[in-house]
Write a protein that binds this ligand. Sequence first.
Ligand code: IPE
Ligand code: IPE
Ligand code: MG
Length: 225
Amino acid sequence: MNPIKHVAIIMDGNGRWGINKKKSRNYGHQQGLKTVEKIIIESLKKNIRYLTLFAFSTENWKRPKSEIKFLFSLLEKFLIKKIKAFHKNKIKLFIIGKKNFSKKLNNLLNESERLTSKNNKLQINLALNYGSKSEIVSTFDIIKKKGLKISEKTISKNLYTGNIPDPDILIRTGNTNRLSNFLLWQLAYSEIFFEKKLWPDFNKKDYNRIINNYKKIKRNFGDIQ
Ligand code: IPE
Ligand code: IPE
Ligand code: MG
């Protein structure tokens, strides 16, 4: 049976969900946050070591200002409300992506990372202003500055995810079969699950079904059966 250390999720479909409910895209984001909580709780229960959540991409800046503003205020409120409970549950929060937000949000993110930095039950990598291509370019810059040789090892080690094993599972909700510039290097051998459900409808039963299906997969890594 395959052990699961790392699950990565592209949480997609909030906007459509809100519109389908005859409400707003932002209402969908609000509901999507409830799914985030459920999946964090389930990940703790399942002893998942790393959970990487795609919350905002480098491409998402193209969206209307009002939606972007709403998303970041939602994140701010969520962190203020939950960070103590995260800490109590030995959750470590780690941001992947360039932290170039408002001073207030940057401080809050840094403070949340600092507070939880020693925790070792579940590490949540929150991808914010994250783009895989930009990450890889920055990594090459770092390697050059350090005077290292370019190799698979030095690239892996100098990504945001440097000390984290690659995801075993990638889940994308929202009935869309693409990676949208997420973890292009790290997903080289991950098992990918594209889900039809929109993120606010995704639940612990869906999550457990995926985990159970994953456990049955024979991972070859290029070898034969
Ligand atoms: C959430 O889903 C992902 C974010 C960028 C916050 P979307 O907002 O992309 O929802 P859809 O895909 O438009 O329905
Ligand atoms: C990917 O979803 C980014 C996040 C979930 C944060 P998008 O909705 O931005 O992806 P595209 O634009 O449909 O590829
Ligand atoms: Mg989308």
